[in-house]
Design a protein around this ligand. Sequence first.
Ligand SMILES: *[C@@H]1O[C@H](CO)[C@@H](O)[C@H](O)[C@H]1NC(C)=O
Ligand SMILES: *[C@@H]1O[C@H](CO)[C@@H](O)[C@H](O)[C@H]1NC(C)=O
Ligand SMILES: *[C@@H]1O[C@H](CO)[C@@H](O)[C@H](O)[C@H]1NC(C)=O
Ligand SMILES: *[C@@H]1O[C@H](CO)[C@@H](O)[C@H](O)[C@H]1NC(C)=O
Ligand SMILES: *[C@@H]1O[C@H](CO)[C@@H](O)[C@H](O)[C@H]1NC(C)=O
Ligand SMILES: *[C@@H]1O[C@H](CO)[C@@H](O)[C@H](O)[C@H]1NC(C)=O
Ligand SMILES: *[C@@H]1O[C@H](CO)[C@@H](O)[C@H](O)[C@H]1NC(C)=O
Ligand SMILES: *[C@@H]1O[C@H](CO)[C@@H](O)[C@H](O)[C@H]1NC(C)=O
Ligand SMILES: *[C@@H]1O[C@H](CO)[C@@H](O)[C@H](O)[C@H]1NC(C)=O
Ligand SMILES: *[C@@H]1O[C@H](CO)[C@@H](O)[C@H](O)[C@H]1NC(C)=O
Ligand SMILES: *[C@@H]1O[C@H](CO)[C@@H](O)[C@H](O)[C@H]1NC(C)=O
Ligand SMILES: *[C@@H]1O[C@H](CO)[C@@H](O)[C@H](O)[C@H]1NC(C)=O
Length: 567
Amino acid sequence: MFASSTSPSTALVSAYCLTFAFLSSLLLTPTNAATEDEWRSRSIYQIITDRFARPDNSTSYACNVTAELYCGGTFGGIMNQLDYIQGMGFTAIWISPVVQNINQTTAYGQGYHGFWTQDITKINEHFGGADELKALSTELHRRDMYLMIDVVVNDMAYAGKGADTDYSTLVPFNKEEYFHPFCLITNYGNQTDAQDCWLGDDTVALPDLKTELPFVQDTWNTWITEMVANYSLDGLRIDAAKHVDKPFWPGFQKAAGVFTLGEVFDADATSACSWAVNALNSVLNYPNWYYIVSILGNSSNAMGGLEYEFGIVAQDCYDSTLLGTFSENHDVARFASVSDDLSRQKNALAFNFMSDGIPTVYYGAEQRFNGGNDPNNREALWLNAKGYDTTSPLYLEVKALNAARSAVGNYMKTTNYSGWSPYWAYKAQSIYVTDDVVVFRKGYVNSIVTALTNVGVGAANVGPYNVSDTNFSEGIEIIEVLNCTKQTAGYGGSFNITLINGEPQVWIPGALLVNTTDICTDLVKKVTDRIGNSGSVTSSSTPRPSLHLASLLLSVIMCTTIALISS
Ligand SMILES: *[C@@H]1O[C@H](CO)[C@@H](O)[C@H](O)[C@H]1NC(C)=O
Ligand SMILES: *[C@@H]1O[C@H](CO)[C@@H](O)[C@H](O)[C@H]1NC(C)=O
Ligand SMILES: *[C@@H]1O[C@H](CO)[C@@H](O)[C@H](O)[C@H]1NC(C)=O
Ligand SMILES: *[C@@H]1O[C@H](CO)[C@@H](O)[C@H](O)[C@H]1NC(C)=O
Ligand SMILES: *[C@@H]1O[C@H](CO)[C@@H](O)[C@H](O)[C@H]1NC(C)=O
Ligand SMILES: *[C@@H]1O[C@H](CO)[C@@H](O)[C@H](O)[C@H]1NC(C)=O
Ligand SMILES: *[C@@H]1O[C@H](CO)[C@@H](O)[C@H](O)[C@H]1NC(C)=O
Ligand SMILES: *[C@@H]1O[C@H](CO)[C@@H](O)[C@H](O)[C@H]1NC(C)=O
Ligand SMILES: *[C@@H]1O[C@H](CO)[C@@H](O)[C@H](O)[C@H]1NC(C)=O
Ligand SMILES: *[C@@H]1O[C@H](CO)[C@@H](O)[C@H](O)[C@H]1NC(C)=O
Ligand SMILES: *[C@@H]1O[C@H](CO)[C@@H](O)[C@H](O)[C@H]1NC(C)=O
Ligand SMILES: *[C@@H]1O[C@H](CO)[C@@H](O)[C@H](O)[C@H]1NC(C)=O
């Protein structure tokens, strides 16, 4: 406390102390674990709980995807396999909806996917129930990983014709008045039709909630506040976001208080991303997905198209670095069913991680699962020929991609007083384009340069192309993390790229990898032996956080001393 009769100089120092304490608190206040900025740096592994891991750790229990029945995966099963997920470098998981579903076996099977809500107040017992979900959340947080759950707000489910819906079975929306009158959507391009009529059909009806009603809004808002608190959720994936009226979302978003990622199945960047303005925090990157499939999946199409679309998304979306970028998910055919060429899939994954957005990988992609459209794309991971294989080519690729992205992002974080890494928010720039290659750079001062092609396995070499505008400093050693080769950046940071056998390349200053332990270890060790782990890759004299902390400590000691003296 400060005494009332202080000398002018003490008052001055006191004022300094207060101001400093205030500024420091602004700078050092830990951010909510689930803010947009925290999510931007994460990478997400998407799971259908029923199909990822059984609690008995079985690698043989039969699961017939076309039968569409529960196969026995649980929250506890996921918990047992977190080493497998974290071993690839993922820092978050997104799991399928957790609430109780209709319990009938319909002509479309059972609610194993979780999207057929019957009672939002209960957790689906097939997946292990509420306590097991809490345990999964606790274990994820112990590993510094985030939990995102899928949430269906648009509709409930009824096993039968829409016109015959027995509303009393729907909890807590148990009256007809809480729903739009029954009509099936006939024109998805008509927003009124898409929002007021029903998804589903006469085999499984999806009664469409009247989200304009205060009762429906209040019920959802209270529910999501409780769900986030009860299960310590860090984020939400929002199913069918564009089928709910837009004014519903800000209230829900506020009640949730965590990051939301909406599903807006739309190829057009402007309309998809409009749901990330005055509605949800962000949306899945469907616009880019269409191009990943058509260009990286098909060598007849020139790579320039990918660059074009990539630019459109960066320009038309309010923040392309916050989109959930993916090459497959549970609603679309897996990439390996579009193209069975391993190198093309490697390019698609490299694009996911090194372009803008939060990389989102659907379970099984790392084992090259090749199921087509729903339900074939919902294979049991435990039936993979080598089980939870941590040595498959794509598992290793994802691991290297996560490691490289984190190395740059986290290093840049330490160069900034506020703990903010400009890498995450930097919009990638295309720096070289021909029909068979797109090269882009992401990052400020310390960047990653990624080269992609769609020519496929066995094709002639692509290049050499002299790539400049890399933002690498002349003379530094750069490492290609997917095949562990190195070269020295030439004049103006330029270097030559030659893609072999259709594979992508990801180049990063070797000095940024000194704290990584499991990618290109021999090359990285040589860098460390030479320069230590300082990570200095440019001559930039950015102040280091250690200085900041030291000066903070000094100020605290000084202020405390003055406070004691003057009291
Ligand atoms: C399954 O694996 C986990 C983690 O490896 C282990 O703790 C657990 O005991 C196993 N459960 C069974 C039923 O084998
Ligand atoms: C899988 O389920 C489908 C649909 O119920 C059925 O036709 C098929 O015979 C089943 N396959 C196996 C191997 O049991
Ligand atoms: C399904 O749920 C209803 C209502 O909770 C219950 O009466 C019925 O026994 C359940 N059926 C099955 C097969 O579990
Ligand atoms: C859009 O759908 C609504 C509800 O189904 C319908 O009343 C309206 O006529 C449609 N508008 C157009 C332009 O088709
Ligand atoms: C959250 O937990 C409280 C206290 O156990 C409980 O009353 C409430 O129903 C729960 N809400 C949800 C949505 O799980
Ligand atoms: C590949 O692209 C070409 C040219 O656009 C198109 O004609 C062809 O149908 C595509 N192939 C597949 C399998 O989609
Ligand atoms: C820290 O990041 C902020 C936000 O991007 C930026 O404005 C500022 O210049 C950065 N400071 C340093 C020292 O890099
Ligand atoms: C780099 O590639 C260019 C072609 O773009 C070629 O002319 C040049 O010789 C290459 N340089 C080296 C060092 O390989
Ligand atoms: C990298 O880009 C930044 C921002 O344009 C610039 O200040 C810096 O000098 C560049 N560094 C190199 C090595 O080109
Ligand atoms: C790339 O081209 C520039 C400009 O022509 C040249 O100065 C540089 O040495 C070239 N780099 C390589 C690696 O060939
Ligand atoms: C990987 O590097 C080796 C040399 O270390 C080279 O022989 C091979 O062609 C490279 N493969 C690819 C796909 O670049
Ligand atoms: C590696 O870790 C050390 C010690 O924490 C840190 O000072 C250094 O900046 C890190 N280097 C990089 C490139 O991340």
